[in-house]
Design a protein around this ligand. Structure first.
Ligand code: SF4
Length: 459
């Protein structure tokens, strides 16, 4: 009984979060910054914040996450952080020589009210930013939003600082992948390649946070969106933005700045969402869907059909980030599972809540949804009426253990398993992996609970 104090009685809470299902904005901003090639993320605040942000990402990706900090002390708290940031910019270019420094703010610097664009301009005027190098910024006060908002803000900053219409229109398509794993970003690019489409992805953490062990430390790994590519996103044919909360702001900004039209879709998790992604690519680029992708699709459909009896009617509790949760809910419903308890950590708004309600309206059970909720509430719902499967980040394992429910790790952070950085859950192939994970969890429980008489060898 790890969560022995969780009660069945649910009290209305408006000013207290217990076991939050989100983390702070700069974590997401730092993750997005790592998706620019040669970029050093910079945390404008105290050392404690930056240590936490780096640790959160390092523990999830099992890779050393690089970043710098303005190292605020009492002086900066009183007089502002300008002197610290100017000194930091000087030191970072002299010592680490990145192509870009991506500054994100913290609670403290936002409370002080540091004007980051003014400080960057001063650094430029003082000659602290070498030619051909860049300093960009995003405001990420953590007393509002979540790591998803931080990711979204930094992704938009890439448009604000780099995108331009600097040449003739290209046949390229911009892909804004949303807050997904490096493995997912690779898979999204692979699908576009498979269709013969030239794409520019930003941010792109593949080969940054899932790179190979070479025996040599590389401060700036091979992956990440190149500056010249970020600059030419303004010449692209269009943008496909995946996951409204993480990607819409950047897609809109690019449309407003460079007249690049965008299509906003769900994260391509599961069969139908991947169909929509592939169809968007097909229409935007004016190409046909190759046979190879049709085969991948058919394989996923085949497994779903073959295993349908094990999915049907299973009650699922789901917690995570809004874009993932919405796409996953639709996928679960499409394979006849019943996502009956749904919680997002980030407050994603009324429209989002409606989208979840619409997705679950035909489920023949009471469906409880809390957008901007916490894991205590999810646990209380389960205590009142249990489920067959739990899906969420590593912290959910405490609920799973206490309530003895099969559990699938999905989302951020996953601290106690590997695989998420290397095996995608987007696209048809990612759908297969998800289906495999669900089946493993459900059937392992079935085997565990079977008597000798109904312990099946063959499914
Ligand atoms: S003080 Fe704010 S920015 Fe720093 S770690 Fe805490 S929530 Fe994040």
């Amino acid at each position: 009984m790890l969560l022995r104090h969780t009660t069945k009685e649910i009290m209305e809470r408006s000013a207290l979060t217990v076991n939050p299902a989100k983390t702070c904005q700069p974590v997401g901003a730092m993750y997005a910054s790592l998706g620019i090639h040669g970029c050093l993320p910079h945390s404008h605040g105290s050392q404690g914040c930056y240590a936490y942000h780096r640790t959160a990402l390092t523990r999830h990706y099992k890779e050393p996450v690089i970043a710098a900090t303005s190292a605020f002390t009492e002086g900066a708290s009183v007089f502002g952080g300008q002197a610290n940031l100017l000194q930091a910019i000087d030191n970072i270019f002299a010592v680490y020589n990145p192509d870009v420094i991506a500054v994100h703010t913290t609670c403290l610097s936002e409370t002080i009210g540091d004007d980051i664009p003014q400080i960057i301009n001063k650094a430029k005027a003082d000659g602290k930013i070498p030619d051909g190098k860049y300093v960009i910024h995003a405001n990420t006060p953590s007393y509002v939003g979540s790591h998803i908002t931080g990711f979204s803000n930094m992704t938009k900053a890439m448009v604000d600082y780099f995108s331009s219409q600097n040449g003739p229109k290209q046949k390229t398509i911009n892909l804004i992948p949303g807050y997904v794993e490096p493995s997912d970003m690779s898979e999204i690019k692979r699908i576009a390649r498979e269709m013969g489409i030239s794409s520019l992805m930003f941010p792109d953490t593949s080969q940054v946070l899932n790179g190979p062990m070479t025996g040599h430390y590389q401060m700036f790994p091979a992956g990440g969106s190149k500056i010249k590519d970020l600059q030419s996103t303004g010449n692209s044919l269009g943008t496909i933005a995946m996951g409204r909360m993480a990607s819409l702001a950047a897609a809109r900004a690019l449309d407003a700045k460079c007249k690049v039209p965008y299509e906003m879709i769900d994260l391509p998790i599961g069969l139908q969402a991947t169909d929509i992604f592939v169809d968007s690519l097909r229409k935007m680029a004016g190409v046909n869907v190759p046979e190879s992708l049709s085969i991948e699709r058919g394989q996923l459909l085949d497994v779903i059909t073959d295993m349908q009896q094990y999915f049907f009617g299973k009650r699922v509790a789901l917690v995570g980030d809004p874009d993932q949760v919405l796409a996953l809910t639709k996928f679960l419903v499409s394979i006849d599972m019943y996502p009956v308890y749904i919680v997002t950590g980030s407050a994603a708004g009324k429209k989002y809540q409606k989208a979840l309600e619409e997705a679950t309206k035909d489920i023949p059970h009471e469906v409880k949804i809390k957008v901007g909720g916490d894991m205590l509430l999810l646990h209380q719902w389960i205590k009142n009426l249990s489920v067959d499967l739990l899906i969420g980040n590593t912290y959910v394992k405490y609920i799973a253990k206490d309530e003895d429910i099969p559990f699938i790790r999905f989302g951020f952070p996953i601290l106690d398993r590997i695989g998420h950085s290397y095996f995608p859950t987007v696209g048809y192939k990612g759908g297969l992996r998800l289906v495999e994970k669900i089946l493993d969890a459900v059937l392992d429980r079935k085997d565990r609970d079977s008597t000798d008489i109904n312990f099946e060898l063959v499914l």
